[in-house]
Ligand binder design. Structure first.
Ligand code: ZN
Length: 200
């Protein structure tokens, strides 16, 4: 409704650059939107901010919010959320720096925060991650038979996507502009920290 008359636009920042988190976008919707390729920078920004808001997936937005939280804590900006039947079961972010743990990646931290779940819940859930899952996190996804992974981007780092697919996991890569910008900027500013995170 508010899209048709545009009257709510004033309640939001006028320019995409003014947006510090697209959590605002997550609040607009309470159900996932179909991914149809509109998450790229070109398509998402050209028609304007309103369209940009419409293009956001609320679960990706939640994962990005987690990534930004980690960044604000001085950590690696990677976030993840576990989604089951249209709702977020758990959120997490890379805490390698914050907790001094090499196994505390975005996805593993999210699984930890989810606590002990029944096997059947993992098997119908979706893992959202702002970045292509590394071999360790992909292993956890395969172990618990999470059937679907939505990846914010794989331009700055390509994880074990082939491994996931070889185990029947559906991997959807959005190459979201905000995710790419987050990692590009982080790798530029903290190359050693990033290399440490991926074992290089
Ligand atoms: Zn990982």
């Amino acid at each position: 409704m508010w899209i048709s008359n545009g009257s709510c636009a004033a309640a939001y920042p006028a320019q995409p650059s003014q947006i510090t988190s697209n959590f605002q976008a997550a609040r607009v919707f309470d159900k996932p939107l179909k991914h149809n390729g509109i998450h790229t920078a070109e398509a998402a920004y050209t028609p304007g901010y309103l369209y940009w808001v419409m293009a956001q997936d609320p679960f990706l937005a939640a994962a990005i919010r987690q990534a930004r939280k980690s960044l604000s804590e001085g950590g690696v900006p990677i976030g993840a959320v576990l989604v089951d039947e249209g709702r977020i079961l758990a959120e997490g972010h890379n805490r390698r720096v914050q907790s001094g743990s090499p196994i505390d990646h975005g996805e593993t931290n999210c699984l930890r925060n989810a606590g002990r779940l029944r096997a059947g819940i993992y098997r119908r859930s979706t893992m959202y991650s702002t970045l292509s899952p590394c071999p360790m996190c992909s292993g956890a996804i395969v172990l618990y038979r999470i059937p679907r992974v939505v990846v914010g981007e794989n331009r700055t780092y390509r994880g074990a996507e082939d491994y996931l697919r070889s185990h029947g996991v559906e991997v959807e890569v959005l190459n979201d502009a905000e995710c790419i910008e987050l990692m590009t900027e982080f790798i530029r500013a903290h190359a050693d920290l990033w290399n440490e995170d991926i074992g290089e």
